[in-house]
Write a protein that binds this ligand. Structure first.
Ligand code: SAM
Ligand code: DTB
Ligand code: SF4
Length: 331
């Protein structure tokens, strides 16, 4: 357990960041009356963040499709017949043009994703060049490339990378229903390597995959009980894609999604909680409830990796209607 002194919006608050959350107490949070849960999450949020500021990241798929893994939600797996067209690693000038466009639209962080189980060393060398180019534009950088070796995390850190995204996706118990080609422990090992290399960690999961209430609680407990909380915690609502095994999953009650955001905020008070995939299917009112629950980051720009995200004009209008400011360069 670590004690941190934090400047609050109202008054400084001494906060204990916990890493010993138990299932019963997290389930009790999930089961609170909705208004009480949101009040607690919003109160916690205001002790650590400006409540009217949202960090925006833009995504680019730098290597698309033909992935050997079998993640049942993913349109990029070679095992499923989806409409995704495979593309080799993108030339650096195209990546930088896309980053410049994201910056011009107001993104502060540029996240590059590759459909790999794990990259080759020569791929990492090319990604490092992309990271250096994006940083030179004055943006924060994040990449998600799959599993990494110690040498690769060191190369990315030396190249100036700010964040590495690697998700736990779900609870350890539900995991085997979703992915069989890499273990939960493989993911924890990669996260440890990323942390030991001194990179900021972006790690979250997906809900709406048919998991139980307990699985959602256990996912958040796994994240919060890591030795250090991830700096960014993306909470994705499953984007159902035709051809993937997860297509046709029962839709999650939107208010349970909002509760998941609120509990993430309470368990990891100083992390950026990102309202991630699935916003194209959410109403403005649901997104506003997610921000009220403590989400303070989004993916911004018309595409996620291969699927649609809200168009920038509609996000800008939403920010305006909510009186929200964007573009923070701190996590
Ligand atoms: N291939 C690398 C890996 O999986 O480690 C990096 C890219 S992968 C597409 C990054 C993350 O995107 C996944 O871990 C998953 O959480 C999320 N994701 C992929 N498809 C999704 C979908 N249909 N809906 C919601 N999230 C999704
Ligand atoms: C994360 O948690 N969500 C992003 C990012 N990290 C890499 C990816 C969402 C992908 C949604 C499906 C697609 O567009 O292919
Ligand atoms: Fe491959 Fe990543 Fe998709 Fe899994 S989530 S199939 S590892 S691209």
């Amino acid at each position: 357990m670590s004690l941190d002194l934090v400047s609050a919006t109202v008054a400084p608050v001494e906060v204990e960041l916990r890493h010993d959350w138990q299932l019963a107490e997290v389930q009790a949070l999930f089961n609170k009356p909705f208004n009480d849960l949101l009040y607690q999450a919003q109160t916690m949020h205001r002790q650590h963040f400006d409540p009217n500021e949202i960090q925006v990241s833009s995504l680019l798929s730098i290597k698309t499709g033909s992935c050997s893994e079998d993640c049942a939600y993913c349109p990029q797996s070679v095992r499923y017949d989806t409409e995704v067209e495979s593309e080799a690693l993108m030339p650096i000038d195209q990546v930088l043009a896309s980053a410049q466009k994201a910056k011009d639209q107001g993104a502060s962080r540029f996240c590059m994703g590759a459909a790999w189980r794990r990259p080759k060393d020569k791929d990492v060398a090319r990604v490092v060049e992309m990271v250096q180019g994006v940083k030179a534009l004055g943006m924060e950088t994040c990449v998600t490339l799959g599993m990494l070796t110690d040498e690769q995390t060191a190369a990315l850190k030396a190249g100036g990378l700010d964040y590495y995204n690697h998700n736990l996706d779900t609870s350890e118990e539900y995991y085997s229903e979703v992915i069989t080609t890499r273990t939960y422990q493989d993911r924890l090992d990669t996260l440890q390597r990323v942390r030991e290399a001194g990179l900021n960690v972006c790690c979250g999961g997906i809900v709406g995959m048919g998991e139980s209430d307990a699985d959602r609680a256990k996912l958040l407990i796994e994240l919060a009980n890591l030795p250090q909380h991830p700096e960014s915690v993306p909470i994705n609502m499953l984007v159902q894609v035709e051809g993937t095994p997860m297509m046709g999953s029962e839709l999650l009650d939107p208010l349970i999604f909002v509760r998941t955001i609120a509990v993430a905020r309470i368990l990891m008070p100083k992390s950026r909680v990102r309202l991630s995939a699935g916003r194209a299917e959410m109403s403005d009112e649901m997104q506003a409830l997610c921000f009220l629950s403590g989400a303070n980051s989004i993916f911004y720009g018309e595409k996620l990796l291969t699927t649609d995200n809200p168009v920038t004009e509609s996000d800008q209008l939403l920010f305006q209607r909510l009186g929200v400011r964007t573009g923070a360069l701190q996590h």
